[in-house]
Design a protein around this ligand. Structure first.
Ligand code: SAM
Length: 189
């Protein structure tokens, strides 16, 4: 996307995600579970998401729908955090595993191959998502039930309906993308 300014790039990513969604590969047996097509977050946006999450060394980040694993690698290399990616698409799981091996992150990061709706999220300190509004709506009860108080959720471009963000970032660093930051309240029942 060279030649486009950052704001155009963000608009292109959002349009791509929205336009790919209805065609989510009907011949793929996992398609019924697919909550969003694959569009990678730009690296600068990944950096900004993890910065907003205030990810600390030793904490655990879950990237739900981890694509090529770039968020996991950044979390380990820049923040000394542990990282778990969940990905449903076979090819992306293979690509992410290759990328983790190349980045030599060892056992600090791993990929779970399957449906993010079926994964235990209770160990997560930070959850990152780049899904879509409807998917976030579906995911919300699970996040509310399983995340610990103080856990942060960072969502790229799409809000979590019904939640009030602590912050919505559209700074120069987020390259025209919207980044929503949420925190599970300490007094959660
Ligand atoms: C927009 S991409 C985001 C990729 C990556 N998180 C990033 O920011 O670069 C969404 C990803 O979610 C994956 N996905 C969609 N539905 C899923 C599901 N039910 N379980 C696991 N992964 C899923 C897609 O295959 C895709 O890789």
């Amino acid at each position: 996307m060279q030649g486009l300014n950052f704001y155009c790039q963000a608009a292109v990513c959002t349009a791509l995600l929205t336009s790919l969604a209805p065609g989510l590969c009907a011949q793929d047996s996992t398609y019924a579970k697919k909550l969003a097509p694959y569009v990678a977050s730009p690296q600068r946006v990944v950096d900004r998401m993890l910065e907003m999450a205030n990810l600390k060394p030793g904490e655990t980040v879950y990237d739900l729908g981890c694509g090529d694993g770039r968020i996991l690698i950044t979390a380990v290399q820049r923040y000394k955090a542990k990282a778990v990616g969940v990905e449903i698409a076979d090819k992306l799981v293979a690509e992410a595993n290759r990328n983790l091996a190349r980045a030599a992150v060892g056992d600090m990061a791993r990929i779970l191959h399957g449906d993010l709706m079926e994964v235990d999220l209770s160990p997560a300190d930070v959850v990152t998502i780049y899904l879509m509004t409807q998917a976030n709506e579906k995911l919300r009860p699970k996040l509310e039930k399983s995340l610990k108080p103080g856990a942060r959720v960072v969502s790229l471009d799409y809000s979590v309906p019904g939640w009030k963000p602590l912050k919505v970032d559209k700074s120069e660093e987020s390259r025209g993308h919207l980044i929503y930051l949420y925190e599970i309240p300490a007094n959660r029942k």
